[in-house]
Design a protein around this ligand. Structure first.
Ligand code: LLP
Length: 413
């Protein structure tokens, strides 16, 4: 069930009034539903059924420690995209065997850390990176488990900024070159070649691009087996979209069935790396109205205390997020542009929205902000990183307190 539902006059997160959280913690504040995180992991697990699979939650979507702990306890493993995310995973209770390490541009220190830990798989991005992983393993007298990320030159049909699988994108090696690169890797004593990795985009609303990518990597895996290269798994990345604005989204069952149908004949274990589909609907950003600016045409600017520094998606991708008052208000709805306080004209959360009589002090909830919300927040205009709250079983607690200006400056003095 969707976590953010009205009860009487109050918009709640799993029955807890958001107005009470805002009154206690202040705004801007992210609120997460532990129940939703668990439900999303459980639904994906159930959808893959008894086909051998592993769910590696993409930490880039939201790596708040409490979020990761809930995901891990629900049976989610992790996909880390940086050394920092690896450390968060360990702190949250993951073992190295729970971690796949992905990412364009891994530094020598990150590679060495992943090799030293012995993570489940390093998803290598290039022939050069495979060499550097091998060198790090040799220096440590160990063997690193690696997969090769391929670029299948397939359009995701999503927003251009969050598409990653075209030949023009920086990700992976061209699939046409993958066979030779994997064969070389498979022959290196310091590497254990275990799989093929692909991720073609995010917020995908159709399954066809995912089917095409899966078909391409199944074909490559067969070629590698023909060459005598050992393959254990196919990692098909993330990408499953969510409904920000009532869009039709493939349910977990259809998503899993589409992938399993293609992978099953290979018998290979299936790894997926969902980020948004797990965390997106689990979070909302609470923000307070700090000013109302009439525009002369009957419409208004509604200015919030949160902007692109707290939630970058609208400014960066023109992304749509529903915006609702946390307490029902009397009075006629007004048409307004909901904007942030940042000194940028792109700092707009919503255009031509209808809100019930917003006033200074009104608290609004920006919905479906659990993924790529807090994770992409910044100190721009010296905003503090926002507070974060976890709602669990009718109770709530602060899982990140609001940053202070002293904490921002401590690295500068
Ligand atoms: N695996 C890899 C290798 C990825 O690059 C990504 C996302 C994921 C998994 C998780 O994808 P998801 O299931 O969340 O679609 N900041 C953007 C999204 C960027 C996604 C980048 N890669 C946004 O706010 O829409």
């Amino acid at each position: 069930m969707y976590a953010f539902q009205p009860q009487g006059n109050e918009l709640t997160c799993d029955g807890v009034a958001l107005s009470a959280i805002a009154a206690s913690v202040g705004t801007p504040t992210y609120v997460y539903s532990a129940a939703t995180l668990r439900e999303r992991i459980a639904a994906l697990h159930a959808a893959f059924g008894d086909y051998p699979h592993a769910l590696h939650y993409a930490l880039k979507a939201n790596s708040n420690l409490a979020v990761v702990r809930v995901v891990r306890a629900a049976g989610g493993l992790v996909d880390a995209n940086s050394g920092g995310e690896i450390e968060v995973a360990l702190r949250a209770g993951c073992t190295p065997a729970d971690i796949v390490f992905t990412g364009v541009g891994k530094t020598p220190a990150e590679i060495d850390r992943a090799v030293a830990l012995g993570v489940k798989t390093i998803n290598a991005e290039s022939a050069g990176e495979l060499e550097r992983i091998a060198a790090a393993a040799r220096a440590r007298g160990s063997v690193a488990r690696v997969a090769l990320r391929v670029n299948p030159d397939i359009a995701s049909e999503s927003h251009p900024h969050i598409s990653t699988g075209l030949g023009t994108h920086k990700f992976g090696v061209p699939i046409t070159e993958a066979r030779a690169i994997a064969r070389d890797a498979g022959a290196r004593p310091e590497l254990k070649f275990v799989g093929v990795h692909v991720h073609i985009g995010s917020q995908m609303l159709g399954l066809e691009p995912l089917r095409r990518a899966a078909t391409a990597v199944v074909g490559l895996a067969q070629e590698l087996r023909d060459d005598g290269v050992h393959v254990e798994h196919l990692d098909l990345g993330g990408g499953l979209g969510i409904a920000y604005d009532g869009e039709t989204v493939p349910p977990a069952d259809s998503y899993a069935a589409a992938l399993v149908t293609i992978v099953r004949p290979s018998g290979l274990t299936l790894i997926v790396e969902p980020g948004r589909a797990v965390a997106g609907p689990a979070g909302a950003l609470l923000a307070s109205v700090v000013d109302i600016k009439p525009r002369g045409d009957g419409t208004q600017f509604v200015v919030l205390d949160a902007g692109m520094s707290e939630l970058l998606r609208p400014a960066l991708y023109g992304a749509y997020h529903r915006i609702e008052a946390v307490t029902a208000r009397d009075g006629a709805p007004v048409t307004c542009d909901v904007v942030g306080p940042i000194c940028e004209s792109s700092d707009v959360f919503g255009v031509n929205r209808s809100l019930p009589a917003p006033a200074v002090g009104t608290v609004l909830a920006v919905l479906d902000a659990g993924a790529y919300g807090s994770a992409m927040s910044s100190n721009y205009n010296r905003h503090a990183l926002p507070a974060e709250v976890m709602v669990d079983e009718g109770a709530w607690r602060v899982v990140r307190r609001r940053q202070t200006i002293a904490e921002q400056l401590v690295c500068e003095e």
